[in-house]
Design a protein around this ligand. Structure first.
Ligand code: ADP
Ligand code: MG
Length: 309
């Protein structure tokens, strides 16, 4: 007999630990999920869809699809300075493929545990493979990291290193020229991004004036800050933080292009007033001036970032 929708939810998605996570009043199994916020807290929410053939390929292992979908969604909470409280999953499947669901749900639950974001509800339908995750997070009553507060005189910072996820596409294409450890490192960066949750919350205290997560490519994402803030941002290509693997890559122009235009790194890019020092692990990569748009001393032909339309 065919397995029912409810059996699938019970087997692959409902977890006791999620139902009893802090702040979860009602989780999977009721008509709505209910979250308890502390008095005065604000709710931050964001939703992301991933479509097979567009955001991931037909041969991507399901465990990676699950992990990455959660990491990408949670990264938006990090970019606002919010603390994850829960997520819902709308899953459209061509068929009830139990081995695919096993891998996908493992990746999803692992990311959910790593980022402290319990799965509290969802939906399951039949159709072309599509994964939609909505995340819910808490912000203090008086602060958030918007894109819109950058001021001329601020300095531009970024966490971690840039370009690794873009370089991983070379690995996936079977074209990585370096040793296997490098390829492994790049694939980890691509499949298991680390949304910068702790940094986002710290930046609320550091007086960051604007922030965004690097999902479309640094120049494109910095452009969003410039546009929302009504300022011009100057990026210094010589200060871009590169991993050891990209730093050693023989074609430095290619490495810089990955760092400036490659998406999917999920680092945080943010502005601080001049003289303010960012938390450790961040690099100063530019400055905010009067005007509009983004300026970079390294010329790239196509720097719009990924666009669907
Ligand atoms: P309703 O008909 O009231 O919308 P459903 O029958 O669709 O409820 O779902 C039953 C319960 O299972 C709900 O709590 C819903 O949030 C949850 N749920 C459904 N699909 C998923 C999923 N893919 N992942 C997690 N929870 C799910
Ligand atoms: Mg209902």
């Amino acid at each position: 007999m065919a397995i029912s929708e409810f059996d699938l939810i019970d087997r692959f998605f409902a977890r006791a630990a999620d139902r009893s996570a802090p702040g979860v009043v009602a989780g999977i199994g009721d008509d709505c999920a209910v979250l308890q916020l502390e008095p005065g807290e604000r709710l931050a929410t964001s939703i992301d869809t991933q479509v097979q053939g567009r955001h991931f390929m037909f041969d991507t292992p399901p465990v990676h699809i699950g992990y990455r979908a959660v990491a990408a969604a949670v990264s938006d909470l990090a970019a606002m300075g919010a603390q994850p409280r829960g997520m819902t999953l709308a899953l459209t499947l061509p068929k009830a493929d139990e081995s695919w669901l096993q891998g996908f749900s493992e990746g999803l639950h692992e990311a959910s545990r790593n980022f402290g974001c319990p799965l509290i509800g969802g939906d399951l339908t039949r159709g072309p493979l599509t994964i939609t995750i909505a995340v819910f997070g808490a912000l203090p009553p008086d602060r958030m990291l918007a894109r819109s507060g950058a001021q001329p005189g601020d300095q531009l910072w970024v966490s971690g290193s840039l370009g690794d996820a873009a370089a991983a596409l070379r690995v996936l294409a079977g074209e990585w020229p370096g040793p296997a450890e490098e390829a492994q490192y790049l694939l980890r960066r691509f499949y298991s991004p680390s949304p910068r949750l702790a940094l986002g919350q710290q930046l609320l205290e550091h007086g960051a004036t604007a922030a965004i997560d690097v999902s479309d490519g640094l120049l494109a994402d910095v452009g969003h800050i410039a546009h929302a803030s009504g300022v011009r941002i100057v990026v210094d290509s010589k200060s871009l933080p590169l991993s050891d693997v990209l730093f050693k890559f023989p074609d430095i122009k290619q490495a810089l292009t990955w760092a400036l235009t490659g998406g999917d790194d999920y680092e945080l890019c943010f502005c601080l007033p001049a003289g303010a020092i960012a938390p450790t692990g961040c690099a100063r990569i530019g400055k905010v001036v009067r005007g509009s748009g983004v300026e970079c001393d390294f010329a790239i032909e196509e720097s719009r970032g990924f666009r669907h339309f």
